[in-house]
Ligand binder design. Structure first.
Ligand SMILES: NC(=O)c1ccc[n+]([C@@H]2O[C@H](COP(=O)([O-])OP(=O)(O)OC[C@H]3O[C@@H](n4cnc5c(N)ncnc54)[C@H](O)[C@@H]3O)[C@@H](O)[C@H]2O)c1
Length: 382
C-alpha cells in the first residue's frame, strides 16, 4: 500500500490523529485499529525510509513483534530487535547499559530511529536510551498497553527508577511519532487493562467532568474493545494530555495536574517495591481516591464527590483504599519519607494535586506535612 493510500485511509477511516504542538518538535499521535501492519508506511511518510531498531519486552514480542518486524522488513527499514524482560525492574541502570551498547552494536546512527514497542516500561527506558545515545536520536512510540497509549507514550518524559524512587533519573525527549493501535490491547492482561483505565478516568477527574460522565455510561464498551468507544476514550485522553504538554512541556506549571493521585500513589508503589502487589494504575486509583478524600477533609471539595468517584473505581474493579492492597499495612513515617522523594517536593514542602470537585483539579503547593500525616494516619487505619 502506498503511503498516500495509508494516509488517506487514516484521514477517512476510524483512525484519529492528535497533534502534540511543540514548535519544531511537533508530532502526531495516531489512534485506531490495525495500525501496526501499516507502521512502516506511517513512519516513512513522516520520517523518511529510516533504519529502525525495535525495543520490546518478551510478552509483547510474543504477541506483536512479528507483525512489526514483517512491516519494517518489507520496507527495508528493520535494523534489528532487542527483547527485554518484562516488568518495572527493567527500567533500571542495570538494563540501560546493555541496551545502549546493543543499540550501538546494531549500528544505530544519528539519523536512525529507536522504536519502542511496549508498555510504559519499554517506552520510558527505550526513550531514555534514545535521549542519551549519540546525544539524542529520534524515537517512535508504539504503545501496547492502555496506560502507555493514553499517558506514557505522549509528552516526552523518559527515564528509569533507582532504589531512591521512581523515575528519578531521566530526560525530556519527545518522540517523533506515536502509533497507538487499539487492536493490540486485546492481548493485554485484564488487570493491566483496568490499571490503564485508571489513567483514562484521571483526565475526566482532573479537568473534564462530561468525560467522566461519559465513562460512567460507556466503560463496559471500552472494556469490550468496541472500536468507537475505545478509540474515543483514548483520543479524549491523548487530546487532554497533548493540550497540557503543549502549554507546559517541562512541568513548570499546570503539567503537574497530570499527577493527580501520584504523590500518594507513588509512595504506595515504592512501599510495595514496584512489584505485582500493586500496579502503577492501581496505585494511582488509590491515590486519586485519597486526593478526593484529602480535599474533602481540607474543606476544599463538597462531601460526597469522593464517594461518587470511588463508586466508579469499585464497579470497574480498581482499588480505592490502602486496605485494598494485599499484605501488611504501611506505617505513616515510611510513607511520609517516600513522599519526600517526590519530584514535586520544593524546599521540603509537599505539592499535591487537589480538587474542588470532579473535573476541577488544581496544584496546591505548601501543603503542611502535619495535615498530610493526620490524613494518612486515618487512611491506614480505615
Ligand atoms: N513517561 C510518562 O509520562 C509516564 C506516565 C505514566 C506512567 N509511566 C510509566 O509507565 C510504566 C507503567 O506502564 P505499563 O502499565 O504499560 O507497564 P508495563 O510496560 O510493565 O506493561 C504492563 C505489562 O503488560 C505487558 N503488555 C504490554 N502490552 C501488552 C500487550 N499488548 N499484550 C500483552 N501484554 C502486554 C507487559 O509485558 C507488562 O508485563 C511505569 O514505569 C510508569 O512509571 C510513564
Amino acid at each position: 500500500m502506498s503511503s498516500e493510500t495509508v494516509e488517506q485511509e487514516i484521514r477517512e477511516g476510524p483512525v484519529r490523529t492528535v497533534c502534540v504542538p511543540l514548535g519544531d518538535r511537533t508530532y502526531d499521535v495516531l489512534i485506531g485499529p490495525a495500525l501496526l501492519v501499516q507502521s512502516a508506511e506511517l513512519i516513512s511518510s513522516r520520517l523518511g525510509p529510516v533504519k529502525c531498531v525495535v525495543v520490546t519486552d518478551e510478552n509483547v514480542a510474543r504477541c506483536h513483534l512479528g507483525t512489526l518486524e514483517a512491516a519494517l522488513k518489507a520496507a527495508g527499514m528493520h535494523a534489528g530487535s532487542i527483547v527485554l524482560k518484562p516488568g518495572e525492574s527493567t527500567k533500571s541502570f542495570r538494563e540501560l547499559e546493555p541496551l545502549s551498547e546493543r543499540l550501538l552494536e546494531l549500528g544505530l546512527e544519528r539519523g536512525d530511529v529507536v522504536v519502542a514497542l511496549g508498555g510504559g516500561v519499554i517506552g520510558d527506558l527505550a526513550g531514555f536510551a534514545a535521549a542519551i545515545l549519540r546525544r539524542g536520536v529520534r524515537f517512535v512510540q508504539i504503545p501496547t498497553s492502555l496506560l502507555a497509549q493514553v499517558d506514557s507514550s505522549v509528552g516526552g518524559k523518559t527515564g528509569i527508577d533507582t532504589p531512591q524512587g521512581k523515575n528519578l533519573v531521566g530526560a525530556f525527549h519527545q518522540p517523533s511519532l506515536v502509533i497507538a493501535d487499539t487492536d493490540v490491547l486485546r492481548t493485554l492482561p485484564e488487570r493491566e487493562m483496568r490499571a490503564g483505565y485508571a489513567e483514562v478516568v484521571k483526565y475526566g477527574l482532573l479537568g473534564d467532568a462530561p468525560f467522566f460522565d461519559w465513562l460512567e455510561q460507556n466503560w463496559k464498551a471500552v472494556f469490550a474493545f468496541e472500536a468507537e468507544p475505545l478509540t474515543h476514550a483514548i483520543e479524549t485522553s491523548v487530546k487532554a494530555k497533548a493540550q497540557i504538554v503543549g502549554r507546559d512541556e517541562m512541568e513548570h506549571g499546570d503539567r503537574a495536574l497530570l499527577n493527580l493521585g501520584h504523590t500518594f500513589g507513588h509512595a504506595l508503589e515504592a512501599w510495595c517495591g514496584y512489584s505485582d502487589r500493586l500496579l502503577h494504575g492501581e496505585a494511582i486509583s488509590i491515590g486519586m481516591s485519597q486526593a478526593f478524600r484529602f480535599s474533602e477533609a481540607l474543606g476544599l471539595c463538597a462531601r460526597g464527590e469522593g464517594d461518587h468517584v470511588v463508586a466508579h473505581w469499585r464497579i470497574v474493579g480498581l482499588p480505592t483504599r490502602i486496605s485494598d492492597i494485599p499484605g501488611d499495612k504501611p506505617d505513616v513515617d515510611g510513607l511520609m519519607k517516600l513522599m519526600a522523594q517526590d519530584k514535586k517536593v520544593q524546599k521540603g514542602k509537599l505539592t499535591f494535586i487537589l480538587v474542588r470537585g470532579i473535573g476541577q483539579a488544581f496544584v496546591a503547593r505548601d501543603v503542611p506535612p502535619e495535615q498530610v500525616r493526620d490524613f494518612l494516619e486515618a487512611e491506614i487505619t480505615t
